[in-house]
Design a protein around this ligand. Structure first.
Ligand SMILES: [Cu+2]
Length: 434
């Protein structure tokens, strides 16, 4: 390349790499009014015993579920992830809008390479200005999210309040999967010999890391939430299980849904919820029943045929009233918890959710629709040859196009090195000004 052109390219590169990001950062910083929080996540193997068996698994800061990120609306978060495990992973900030910040969103092979053992990576987590309620974070490499996840609580901005009377207390209900074996190994084996009859399934569900009273060796450590009579509490429920829709209910107590996925909804009173994997739900409960112990239960909702066997354990936690009374031998069980194959309760639930859509919490969706698109989501059989072997396995697709891992982390490559060979110059300039 001639030296003049080289100089021009260097100037352009300086403009794109330094000046424009500085201007954008300055603009974003002046828009943000909140505080900045710094977290350290240490990924490493930790021993846990559940279902009477011990195993070691990857966790963040030795906890299952992992640490809670607790902020106010408008705050900014930096998380430095130190990988002291022997498996490379990325962390994804589920549902966080990451406005103009996709390079810090975590899906491996898409926005970045895995954080290799012995290295660290700092994420900048930029929430949408309108995000408030509950979200979560999780590992985004193979199925490591089973043990590497935690909740994100976004409180109202300082000086503002909830769109409902302030709750007297709140409690996180993180529902997870428990795999008794080595999940990484099982995952690899499953996907190399996949058959249509088999299912890589968990052995139990957990509430805040505990499967509860109804499983072997569960009783001692069941999660309990202590409450006072006549109050209102906010439950922040996260479905962090691997790939399974769940029903959740509390014995004798109605649930008032007030939010989902970091946004408020019109209040809806119901006796149970159905929550999809990856979804969060904010629910109010009023403690107006006789002093006692009440089970909260979470169990699978499935549209599998009745012949397919699956984890049919119900995870339980206990809502326990404070006060002077003789505790029951066994807490009362939620008879309002739908059964596994109750499609009417399962499929009929989600249409009940409606955005709050008030002046304080507007929903600005385009009302003038000019284009309609048909997108077909399907699961197909994909046939290909790998190292001389014919392979066929199931793969999801949109309009018959399935995802393939790119050979480089395209977004991070662009962000860090401004690779003219990853994106064209015109496109690079275009996305910077988007
Ligand atoms: Cu996710």
């Amino acid at each position: 390349m001639k030296s003049k052109e080289m100089m021009g390219l260097k100037k352009m590169r300086f403009l794109l790499e330094v000046l424009v990001p500085a201007l954008l950062t300055g603009m974003l910083a002046s828009m943000a009014e909140g505080r900045t929080h710094y977290y350290d996540f240490v990924l490493k193997e930790t021993n846990f015993t559940r279902l009477c068996k011990s195993k070691s698994m990857m966790t963040v800061n030795d906890s299952f579920p992992g640490p809670v990120i607790r902020i106010h609306r408008g705050d900014l978060v930096y998380v430095n992830v130190h990988n002291q495990d022997d498996f490379g992973v990325t962390i994804h900030w589920h549902g966080v809008k990451q406005t103009r910040n996709p390079w810090s969103d975590g899906p491996d092979h898409i926005t970045q390479c895995r954080i290799q053992p012995g290295t660290n990576f700092t994420y900048k987590v930029i929430f949408g200005e309108d995000q408030e309620g509950t979200l979560w974070w999780h590992a985004h490499s193979d199925w490591t999210r089973a043990s590497v996840h935690g909740a994100i609580v976004i409180l109202p901005a300082e000086g503002t309040t909830y769109p409902f009377p302030k709750p007297d207390g709140e409690h996180l209900v993180v529902i997870g999967s428990w795999f008794s074996g080595d999940l990484n190994k099982e995952f690899e084996e499953f996907f190399s010999n996949q058959t249509f009859e088999s299912l890589l399934d968990d052995n139990a569900f957990t509430i805040n890391g505990e499967p509860g009273d109804l499983v072997p060796c569960g009783r001692e450590t069941t999660d309990r939430y202590l409450v006072d009579y006549g109050k209102t509490y906010l439950l922040r429920i996260v479905n962090a299980v691997v790939n399974v829709e769940l029903f959740f209910a509390i014995s004798e107590h109605n649930l008032t849904i007030v939010g989902t996925d970091g946004t408020y909804t019109k209040p809806k009173v119901i006796s149970y919820i159905m929550i999809a994997p990856g979804q969060t739900m904010d629910v109010l409960i009023t403690t107006n029943q006789s002093l006692g112990h009440y089970y909260m239960g979470a169990r699978r909702f499935t549209t599998f045929s009745e012949n397919v066997s699956f984890d049919n354990m119900t995870a339980t936690a206990i809502l326990q009233y404070r006060g002077n009374y003789t505790p029951p031998v066994v807490p009362s069980f939620p008879t309002n918890l739908p059964t596994f194959h109750d499609s009417e309760s399962g499929l009929g639930f989600l249409p009940l959710l409606r955005s709050l859509a008030t002046p304080e919490h507007p929903v600005n969706v385009p009302l003038n629709i000019t284009t309609r698109m048909f997108i077909t989501a399907s699961i197909n059989l994909i046939n290909y040859t790998h190292e001389g072997t014919e392979i066929s396995h199931l793969g999801g697709s949109l309009n018959n196009i399935t995802f393939m891992d790119p050979s480089s982390s395209v977004l991070l490559a662009y962000y860090r090195y401004w690779y003219p060979f990853v994106y064209s110059l015109i496109f690079s300039i275009f996305i910077l000004f988007l």
